[in-house]
Write a protein that binds this ligand. Structure first.
Ligand code: C2E
Ligand code: MG
Ligand code: MG
Length: 717
């Protein structure tokens, strides 16, 4: 309105064509008109502004070609051949159309050509740089927006994939205890309906759904919510382990968020828990029998000793060892042995109370802790029951095995306040029970402790004795009663102990056998005896005692043959004395060795005849050269008719079977008369001579001549 007012006051005359020109010049569009010769007829000011044209450059009649050249000069971006471009642009004047020109300075100018029917035409030119920039920006923004949207979508997808592929359940709750988000795992873990749980679901509702599904601890929903609220309110990170009624165990990690909400992960640790429980069980139990192992036994024993409520309450520890278990293993095989151990465990379970503990200590050793007891008689009763039950036959896959059990008992607190003490003392008592013939029980006594100590010291001394040369062989003459001549000597070992003096074999041989030390000692005895005897007149024999442990050693044959070879002693001059215990184990293998020895010409004697259980049986299985009737029968032969009968029977048996009957331990002339009249061919005993060192033997019986013949005088002396 103001514009028109101003123009109204324009000093120029209001000429109609002037008005039109003013209007045309004020147009925002550049305008140009050209004729049929492609020469400019008219252009407005805006056109001149757009292309920076001076009035003389736009005089009517200016060829359009020139104007276009001007534009190219301005930096119009045109294809490489400007001439063609110009021709095109002119040519395009024939048809109506719009084109866009871009200039090097960034301007964009659009033009539209309106051809006229008689040739020539009009063109409008518009600077659209700003508009184009705007739309380009808009377009770019649109693209960025689209990219961001895509980005977000991808991130959403990633988050979704991530949380739904977690092995743990995950949930976010807001401060109002409403679910923000949770993953599928969470919904599945708690057996929740998928359509009922989503963003906005209140915690209380989820709790109700869980309660219904059974994925809930053993408590009411109110109790649970109270606990959950406390956790939520505490604003402290909390880890808890929750056992559900459906048998699963979950570990829940609660982490508060600054706005009052929280995030929680839920991990199913049921399997982990189960294997932990299993490992824990295995660490405390014996795999074969399912009984407690040493570890658990110690714990239980400690507990039992610690929780004695009344002063008079006691704890009994029974240390139990199966007799003959090794034989079962050897005869029927290890699977049968295992089965037997399982049956033993079952039998023991049947004998004890809830408060007692049975443990397997390994091998065939068991411990029963009887706690509490008020009287040691209760321990006696249990031990008797155990022994009775263990001696009942065991059915092992078609075989029947009979074993037994020995038990050592220690009673706390008297025999020890600590588990290790009680176990050790029960072990000492067991040692005694086994020594006393097995199949029995013994209570611990302080004296056993002392004995054990002595034994330990002796063991140490014994190991040093051989290299220290502390052993010596004594020889006891064996007299032939018919000829009244010495037929040979029995080698008997002595230990010249540096502190204790001369130690008899009964003291250390059993220990040496137990620790296997009898093997090197025995080797020394054989070599020594052969070497000594080789110096005697050729008609004298030497007898050597060989124990069962030596027979179990595969090197025995080698040792004997070696000793004979080195000494040059003829095999027929060597006699081996064995007791029936040698034939108790591994009878076949032992018999084979005996036959080999016999084949070499070595004589074999059965020693201590009559003291074992089945001496007669063993006589049948090997053709012994000699039977040595045990001293115990000779001792009371003059008073006891039983002993006399035995000596008579054995002598008769020996004579009948072509064996020599030798009476051991003849101390009196009455005994000598008796054994002689009952048919014994030989005697050995203090009456004739005690065992003596080799040089004494030499001096007394062998010095400077062939064997003495006037032995009757010596016997009578
Ligand atoms: P043994 O083979 O039966 O030996 C006979 C034992 O009776 C010897 O005891 C001997 O001293 C003793 N004795 C002999 N005559 C009489 C007598 O008139 N009265 C009494 N009271 N005793 C008499 P020693 O030497 O103490 O040997 C005991 C056992 O030790 C032997 O019994 C034998 O089984 C074992 N032994 C001895 N030396 C050896 C050895 O070198 N190796 C092995 N493995 N065992 C041996
Ligand atoms: Mg002997
Ligand atoms: Mg004997």
């Amino acid at each position: 309105m103001m514009d028109s007012m101003e123009r109204a006051t324009d000093p120029e005359p209001a000429h109609p064509s002037g008005l039109l020109e003013a209007a045309v010049n004020n147009l925002a569009l550049g305008l140009m008109i050209y004729d049929g010769n492609d020469e400019l007829v008219f252009c407005n000011k805006r056109y001149m502004e757009i292309y920076g044209l001076a009035p003389e450059q736009v005089r009517p009649g200016t060829p359009i070609k020139k104007l276009i050249q001007h534009r190219l000069n301005l930096g119009l971006k045109a294809p490489s051949k400007p001439d063609e471009d110009i021709r095109d642009l002119i040519g395009s004047g024939v048809v109506r159309g719009t084109a866009v020109q871009e200039f090097a300075d960034g301007r964009i100018i659009a033009f539209t050509i309106y051809p006229m029917p008689g040739g020539g035409g009009m063109a409008t030119h518009e600077d659209i740089t700003a508009r184009e920039q705007m739309s380009a920006r808009l377009k770019r923004q649109l693209e960025v927006g689209r990219e961001q949207e895509e980005d977000l979508r991808i991130r959403h997808l990633q988050f979704d994939t991530a949380i739904n592929n977690m092995s743990q359940g995950l949930c976010f709750f807001d401060a109002a205890h409403r679910l923000i988000v949770c993953n599928d795992r969470y919904v599945d873990m708690y057996d929740l309906p998928h359509d009922r749980v989503g963003p906005g679901t209140p915690l209380a509702e989820i709790v109700d759904l869980r309660y219904a599904a059974g994925s809930f601890p053993a408590m009411s929903t109110e109790e649970y919510l109270r606990w959950r609220n406390n956790v939520a309110i505490s604003a402290e990170p909390t880890d808890s382990i929750v056992e559900l009624k459906n048998g699963r165990t979950f570990k829940i990690r609660h982490r508060p968020m600054p706005d009052g909400g929280w995030v929680a992960t839920h991990e199913d640790i049921t399997e982990q828990r189960r294997s932990e429980v299993k490992i824990e069980y295995m660490a405390h139990h014996d795999a074969l029998t399912d009984l407690a192992n040493r570890v658990l036994l110690n714990e239980r024993l400690e507990h039992a000793l610690g929780r004695r409520i009344h002063r008079e309450e006691m704890v009994a520890v029974h240390h139990l060892d199966l007799d003959q278990f090794k034989a079962v293993n050897d005869t029927f095989g290890h699977p049968a042995g295992d089965k037997l151990l399982k049956i033993v465990a079952d039998r023991l379970r049947g004998l004890v109370r809830e408060t007692d503990t049975i443990a397997r200590m390994g091998g065939d050793e068991f411990v029963v802790v009887q706690a509490p007891i008020r009287d040691p008689a209760e321990a006696t009763a249990l031990a008797q029951h155990i022994i009775a039950l263990m001696s009942e036959p065991f059915e092992l896959d078609g075989h029947q095995a009979v074993i037994g059990a020995s038990i050592g008992i220690a009673v706390g607190p008297g025999d020890g306040l600590r588990p290790d003490r009680l176990l050790r003392n029960a072990d000492l008592a067991l040692y005694r029970a086994k020594g006393d013939g097995r199949g029995t029980f013994r209570f611990f006594e302080p004296a056993m402790d002392l004995q054990m100590q002595t034994r330990r010291v002796m063991e140490q001394d014994l190991r040093k004795a051989l290299p220290a040369g502390e052993f010596e062989l004594y020889y006891q003459p064996v007299v032939n009663l018919a000829s009244n001549e010495i037929s040979g000597f029995e080698a008997l070992i002595r230990w010249n102990h540096p502190k204790q003096g001369l130690v008899a074999p009964a003291t250390f041989i059993p220990l040496a056998e137990e620790i296997g030390f009898i093997v090197p000692i025995g080797e020394w005895v054989i070599r020594q005896a052969c070497a000594t005897a080789a110096k005697w007149p050729a008609n004298l024999r030497v007898a050597v005692n060989i124990s069962a442990v030596q027979f179990r050693n595969p090197g025995l044959m080698q040792v004997i043959v070696g000793a004979l070879a080195i000494s040059g002693l003829h095999p027929t001059r060597l006699e081996i004395e064995i007791t029936e215990t040698v034939l108790l184990h591994n009878k076949e293998a032992t018999l084979a060795v005996l036959h080999q020895l016999r084949a070499l010409g070595i004589r074999i004697a059965m020693d201590d005849f009559g003291t074992g259980y089945s001496s007669l049986t063993y006589l049948q299985c090997f053709p012994f050269d000699k039977i040595k009737i045990d001293r115990s029968f000779v001792k009371d032969i003059t008073e006891n008719a039983g002993s006399l009968n035995i000596v008579r029977a054995v002598a008769a048996l020996a004579n009948g079977m072509g064996m020599t009957a030798t009476a051991e331990g003849v101390e009196t002339s009455e005994q000598l008369d008796r054994i002689a009249s009952e048919g014994c061919a030989e005697m050995q005993g203090f009456l004739f001579s005690r065992p003596l060192p080799a040089h004494e033997i030499e001096r007394l019986f062998l010095s400077g001549r062939e064997p003495r013949s006037d032995l009757g005088r010596i016997v009578a002396a």
